[in-house]
Design a protein around this ligand. Structure first.
Ligand code: SF4
Ligand code: SF4
Ligand code: SF4
Length: 245
């Protein structure tokens, strides 16, 4: 059975939020919107986002690592949000494994969001229905679009090419190959939901920091090498310039 999904490379993601913004832009104007905003110009603007980018810092200064975790509905293969829905509004499609909500049947009881271990459902306070990522189902089958554009908006817009889309059961898809070849993992495997979306791990990067004129600079920064080159002979940085050249 096909199972469409996203595979996101955490080693490449730079946390720019372009995926989240383009998701909001596309879905607000398309079939599964709007993605309502509340108090957009007020002190505490918030609203509905199908895709959110979380940012974490680990380690202790100066040896810290920052990583970004874009997160949207994972289209779980054993989706716990589906059987709890009292009206059948929440369902998983057989033909591609995408989990959807039929807004016409949703009574806004929020049982599905209580049963999602990932916090990936978004209740629209204005429309009073539950919404969530659809993997841009209204783009990926649209034959009026060129084949290369029949992908989720987040995948098309990612400037770092950190996002792959495809059938994770099809050995020909780039999503399948990325999972098999690059140690992909899923969120909360113990929840036994079998998320379809996968992540490629962030690789540990060894960073050497050097102090230069009261600033900490990464030794592998090419600009740093240039600064050292220019300061050669000034005596400011001593012998270490030879290591970087
Ligand atoms: S991530 Fe949450 S909303 Fe999406 S299918 Fe899994 S349980 Fe359901
Ligand atoms: S909020 Fe809507 S989709 Fe979710 S369980 Fe209730 S009726 Fe079903
Ligand atoms: S658009 Fe790409 S690089 Fe930017 S936050 Fe999203 S996944 Fe990461």
């Amino acid at each position: 059975m096909p199972q469409f999904a996203l595979v996101i490379d955490l080693n490449v993601c730079v946390g720019c939020h372009a995926c989240a913004v383009n998701c909001k832009e596309w879905n607000t104007q398309a079939s599964f919107g709007p993605l309502s905003d509340y108090d957009p110009y007020g002190r505490e603007p918030h609203g509905v986002w199908f895709n959110r980018v979380l940012t974490y810092e680990t380690g202790e200064f100066p040896h810290t690592q920052v990583f970004h975790l874009p997160k949207s509905c994972l289209h779980c293969q054993d989706a716990p949000c589906v059987p709890v829905c009292p009206t059948g509004a929440s369902y998983k499609r057989e033909q591609d494994g995408i989990v959807l909500v039929n807004y016409d049947d949703c009574i806004g009881c929020k049982l599905c969001s209580w049963n999602c271990p990932y916090g990936c459902r978004e209740f629209d306070e204005i429309d009073k229905v539950m919404k969530k990522c659809t993997l841009c189902i209204d783009r990926i089958y649209d034959e009026t679009l060129p084949p290369e554009h029949r992908k989720p908006a987040c995948v098309l817009t990612c400037p770092a090419k950190a996002r792959f889309f495809g059938d994770i059961e099809d050995p020909q898809s780039e999503a399948y190959r990325a999972i098999k070849e690059r140690n992909a993992f899923v969120l909360l495997p113990g929840a036994e939901t079998r998320p379809a979306n996968h992540y490629l791990p962030k690789r540990e990067t060894r960073i050497d920091l050097s102090e230069f004129e009261d600033r900490l600079l990464r030794s592998d920064n090419p600009l740093f090498a240039e600064i050292l080159r220019r300061s050669r002979g000034s005596g400011v940085f001593g012998d270490t310039s030879e290591e970087v050249m």
